[in-house]
Design a protein around this ligand. Structure first.
Ligand code: M6R
Length: 596
């Protein structure tokens, strides 16, 4: 995951920047680079590989302002050319970028027509060229103008050899400003600068900031100069290993925009592996445990909807011992670790039954990969917290890819259908980031559960598995007894347990079941059960049916499980934290369950 850093102050910039990059190493990267302005000239140094490689090969760089970057390849292979910083043609502007420029191909084509020669395959390189095009003596104005033409997500730091300023900008990618004594830093997150200061300004989407000899100034997305409060963060260097987050789980939840992006890039549609999906099977059987099972349940709806195939989902611990009726299903085994004994055993069993098998896993070379015919890797990055968060999201994502491949192989989807789904998938990293931006509201409303002894999660259709997952996450890390139900089932029993002391989370996304779930929420309210509804920003009427509402960005209902999952993870996290639980290592649980 890319990390960026910028510095302007009275100390030599390069060593501070390199040290900051080392602190961002935990994010994962494959190349790194630094640019500084020394005596009015831009100088830079980049390397593929580790920061240590960068340091060893680095000439002495002077100057009191500069920028640095760790890159995790997305557009273009890891290489020195593709590493940041990227420069304009004249070599006076340098840019580091975290995020994705969605419309870079169009911009690149325009710039090429205007005579620009590109040195890299990256989306980022369009930015310095655009800034150069608009530069007229003010770097801030040129950055502002360039950003107007960009779609996607970015955190940027920019320098120019002729101006004593570092410019930063933020849109849907993390960027903070850390304020020291006579010096100011920009960074992807706090660990990069913790040893220098713990005064921080959290930049907001649309913000542009300048750092010059007079200090810093911030303009918001409307171009108005604004004041943002400085915060003092209560962190020490040890926390840096968790990237400044209080728990690995929180860090992993917040890594999801990148996990989604990276997973999407890594999962081929209609490539060579397309063969894996063509065969004489008549249905799909999904087999998994725990959270992966819930991802499988979501997958059932996705595959059913997109590729119109009959799908069954079974717990891995049951599959081995279940009868095997006639038919020839494609068996999909889902396990983030790839080591879960029940799931690995189920894969063997499926093969014994003569089934074609596919594994969805996050760990390259794990046991399951040796037991199946084909592997779909999610690329969520290492997950340390025992409670699955980003790997669940990546698994759900994998099911869109599997469904597309099945749809194409079975000719139930044409090129236009596929294109449409792919377009929606590309927006997900941004939507996940927007969902994460609602964390303060989730944190506030989590208080509803602090002293509860029991809670219910309800949802319908594709959101029913999310109710199960929300309840699992809650009990796993907060030790609060929680049950997930299809909301229509409440009145067939569980309603007897609803009292004023039993909070209910109602996933109420506006799909064809929306009116029904509102009715089910009415049944809860009539018994005094406090309701926390989860809806999207278009559900203006939801507040009338609930005590509190958590609003997430709108996505078409088939894609909203990804966003609802993020909300439920944060909710469980904040409840667990408020109840003083040990979040990363819940009692009795292990990350990898290698016994049956
Ligand atoms: O590694 P796997 O995905 O196969 O793990 C399956 C379950 O053990 C796992 O999802 C478990 O339920 C998690 N702790 C849930 O957060």
């Amino acid at each position: 995951m890319c990390g960026i850093i910028g510095y302007r102050g009275q100390r030599t910039a390069a060593p501070l920047i390199v040290k900051g990059l080392q602190r961002l190493e935990y994010r994962g990267y494959d190349s790194a680079g630094v640019a500084v302005v020394e005596k009015g000239k831009l100088r830079f140094h980049k390397r593929k590989g580790s920061i240590q490689d960068l340091i060893i090969s680095m000439p002495e760089l002077g100057g009191f302002r500069g920028i640095g970057h760790t890159r995790w390849a997305t557009h273009g292979v890891p290489s020195e050319d593709n590493a940041h910083p990227h420069m304009d043609r004249s070599g006076s502007i340098a840019v580091v970028h975290n995020g994705i420029i969605e419309n870079y191909i169009d911009i690149r084509e325009e710039l090429v027509k205007e005579g620009v020669k590109f040195r890299s395959e990256t989306d980022t390189e369009v930015i310095p060229h655009l800034i150069a095009k608009y530069y007229d003596g003010s770097l801030k104005d040129a950055v502002e103008r360039a950003l107007k033409g960009l779609h996607g997500s970015f955190a940027l730091a920019v320098i120019h050899s002729d101006e004593d300023v570092v410019v930063g900008a933020r849109m849907d990618s993390p960027l903070i400003m850390a304020v020291g004594d006579g010096e100011v830093f920009l960074a992807s997150d706090m660990p990069a600068v913790l040893e220098h200061t713990n005064r921080v300004v959290y930049l907001q989407n649309g913000d542009i900031v300048t750092i010059d000899p007079d200090g810093y100034r911030i303009w918001d997305g409307k171009g108005e100069e604004v004041h943002r409060e400085e915060d003092v963060v209560d962190l020490n260097l040890e926390d840096a290993e968790k990237g400044g987050y209080s728990h690995f789980m929180l860090k992993e939840i917040f890594e999801q925009p990148y996990a989604v992006h990276k997973s999407l890039l890594g999962m081929p549609i209609n490539g060579g592996p397309g063969r894996a999906y063509t065969g004489r099977y008549d249905s799909v059987k999904i087999v998994a445990c725990g959270t992966s099972y819930h991802a499988g349940l979501v997958g059932k709806y996705i595959i059913g909807e997109l590729s119109k195939m009959p799908v069954q989902v079974e717990m891995a611990s049951e599959y081995r011992y279940s009868p095997h009726p006639k038919g020839n299903p494609l068996v999909i085994l889902v396990t983030q670790s790839g080591e879960t004994a029940d799931t690995v055993a189920a894969a063997r069993e499926a093969r014994l039954r003569g089934r074609r098998t596919i594994a969805i896993t996050n760990v390259v070379g794990s046991s399951i990969t040796r037991e199946v015919d084909h592997v779909v890797y999610t690329r969520a990055g290492i997950e340390i917290g025992v409670a699955a968060s980003k790997t669940f999201t990546a698994q759900v994502l994998a099911f869109y890819i599997v469904a597309l491949n099945l749809g194409m192989a079975g000719k139930t989807m044409n090129a236009d259908d596929v294109r449409e789904v792919k377009q929606h998938l590309r927006t997900l990293p941004r939507l996940v980031q927007k969902t994460l931006d609602t964390a303060p509201d989730i944190e506030k409303k989590a208080k509803m559960f602090k002293d509860a002894s029991s809670a219910f999660f309800i949802g319908r259709n594709i959101h029913y598995p999310l109710a199960l997952e929300g309840a699992l996450k809650m009990k796993e890390i907060s030790y609060l007894h929680a049950e997930g139900y299809p909301s229509g089932e409440l009145k067939h029993g569980p309603l007897a347990l609803i009292t004023t002391e039993t909070p209910v989370v109602a996933i109420a996304i506006r799909d064809h079941t929306y009116e029904k779930i509102l009715g089910n929420m009415g049944e809860v309210s009539a018994r005094g059960g406090p309701i926390l509804a989860i809806g999207d920003e278009r559900n203006h009427d939801l507040a009338k049916y609930s005590d509190e509402v958590l609003y997430m960005p709108y996505a078409p209902p088939i894609f909203s499980p990804i966003l609802v999952g993020v909300v439920l993870q944060l909710l469980a996290y904040y409840v667990a934290r408020d109840r003083g639980c040990e979040i990363d290592k819940p009692r009795n649980l292990a990350k990898s369950v290698t016994v049956e």
